[in-house]
Design a protein around this ligand. Structure first.
Ligand code: ADP
Ligand code: MG
Length: 312
């Protein structure tokens, strides 16, 4: 199966590096290229360029489909429970595969707790709301805690040690490292089809820190968008759930004038997916609000963060 540019027939190392240099580093970029441009950029005959483009389009399944076909494709999307019926309801049944879900909210709103919970829950059998799968957890803030995994797993009747061994976590040091990790995920996921969840907690913090100031805003957004699209692609190709977190200020209006401060909900909006805002409520209660989903109504639900995890 064709998954990257180098899998295309006739793309050897020499052609690959020319294509990459000219910016044709993804199947998408090639699929929408003009044969003339591609031919010139890679120094390959026009007919070869045409063939490569067709192959990239076939690989991405870019073609007209009947609505019935699309319905059938959607029907195979799977869902991971959050352990809160209310939150599952808001999400249309749970965290979806083949989609990127963004959890955004202020510090302490519970984004990391939800990430821990679904890393455990993805391991549950399907009849209990899981995918009998494993999780990859990219931790950028150093907030991944095995104690939380143990507590959540035990509460669901899973063997804590087994639950821990089904989660692989890595600390991302900076944006370049984070991007490199995601670029290499493909190999890891291709080798282990039990991996059904990829978490990036938080997807934005390094970008914010390294590209602060308004003069860096455009560069930051471009780099972040590329990174996010790569994550979306992973979700689509491997039928897995991608969940990213994004910390935003509770009161963006307090920081008016500073365009680098994320305004709730509008930070990752160029990227397809589902967007859920998490807000603090009284005590351990939290409010989840569906902000942007192509097929789900807007709405709000309440859930709790407890010692044993996310609950109603
Ligand atoms: P975010 O990632 O959005 O900044 P977190 O997911 O870290 O926020 O959520 C932090 C909240 O989770 C805290 O308010 C804390 O009360 C709650 N929490 C963390 N651990 C536990 C626990 N063991 N029992 C109950 N609540 C907890
Ligand atoms: Mg967090």
């Amino acid at each position: 199966r064709i998954k990257t540019v180098k899998d295309l027939a006739g793309v050897g190392q020499a052609v690959l590096s020319k294509l990459t240099e000219a910016g044709y580093s993804s199947l998408e970029a090639i699929a929408v290229a003009s044969p003339q441009d591609l031919s010139t950029a890679a120094g390959i005959p026009l007919t070869t360029a045409q063939r490569i483009i067709k192959e990239a389009r076939d690989a991405l399944d870019i073609r007209f489909k009947t609505a019935l076909e699309i319905e059938q494709e959607r029907a195979s999307v799977k869902k991971i429970t959050t352990s809160s019926q209310a939150l599952d309801g808001l999400l249309g049944g749970g965290i979806e595969t083949r989609t990127m879900t963004e959890l955004f909210g202020e510090f302490g709103s519970g984004k990391t707790q939800i990430c821990h919970q679904i890393s455990v829950n993805v391991q549950l059998p399907p009849e209990k709301g899981g995918l009998a799968g494993k999780a990859l957890y990219i931790d950028t803030e150093g907030t991944f805690r095995t104690e939380r995994i143990r507590a959540m797993a035990s509460a669901l009747g899973l063997d804590p040690k087994e639950a821990l061994s089904n989660i692989m976590s890595i600390r991302a040091i900076n944006t370049d490292h984070q991007i490199a990790i995601v670029e290499e995920l493909q190999d890891l996921i291709a080798k282990d089809d039990r991996i059904k969840l990829v978490v990036v907690d938080s997807v934005t913090s390094h970008f914010r820190a390294e590209y602060s100031g308004r003069e860096n805003l455009a560069a930051r957004q471009q780099k972040l968008n590329r990174h996010l699209h790569q994550l979306v692609r992973l979700a689509e190709i491997y039928d897995l759930a991608v969940v990213v977190t994004n910390q935003v200020m509770a009161r963006p209006d307090m920081f008016y004038g500073d365009p680098t401060v994320a305004v709730g909900g509008h930070t990752l909006y160029h990227v397809p997916g589902i967007r859920v805002q998490i807000k603090k409520s009284r005590g351990n209660r939290r409010i989840a609000r569906m902000v942007d989903a192509p097929h789900l109504p807007e709405g709000e639900v309440v859930f709790s963060i407890t010692n044993v995890g996310i609950r109603d």
